[in-house]
Ligand binder design. Structure first.
Ligand SMILES: [Zn+2]
Length: 159
């Protein structure tokens, strides 16, 4: 089920919306190969009818499973939008689609979560990249130091 509010019910009273939205409803998979939205989105919102519009506010939260762009290590990235608001006009050119008195908040959530996707996901700001690449560098540096110390030891013996 997408996250919908019944606009007729809102004429009588505000609605409290709280729960989880399945990842499939957000259709965020395959937007970025390093970022996977597989977990349900959690939300706690209040929806109100204000004039010719529906106003929803509260918070939304989604944990993304990412892969580091440098070292490919999997890590989690939490996106929390607090406060989060959505304004759905019920009339005019920007009118939100309403079917059977139900207005859908899901496209608004999707759009705002997508804006929070990391552009270049990193497991940490100091990520050094692939581990074997780092080791290669170290070995090279190490052998150089060893070589020079061996020479200096030899020099000491000679003189
Ligand atoms: Zn990394």
């Amino acid at each position: 089920m997408p996250l919908q509010v019944n606009i007729r019910h809102l004429e009588e009273k505000d609605a409290s919306l709280r729960g989880e939205l399945p990842a499939a409803e957000l259709e965020l998979e395959n937007t970025d190969e390093l970022i996977h939205a597989r977990r349900p989105l959690r939300y706690e919102l209040t929806a109100q009818r204000i004039g010719d519009a529906v106003l929803a506010r509260g918070w939304i939260e989604l944990t993304l499973d990412c892969e580091c762009a440098r070292c490919l290590k999997p890590f989690q990235h939490r996106v929390r939008l607090d406060p989060w608001t959505a304004h759905l006009p019920l009339h005019g050119p920007e009118k939100a689609p309403v079917k059977d008195d139900l207005a859908d908040l899901t496209p608004h959530i999707r759009e705002d979560i997508l804006l929070e996707f990391p552009q270049h996901p990193l497991c940490g700001a100091d990520c050094a990249g692939l581990p074997n690449r780092g080791q290669e560098k170290k070995t090279k540096g190490g052998s150089q130091t060893e070589g020079s110390s061996a020479w200096s030891a030899l020099n000491k013996l000679k003189f």
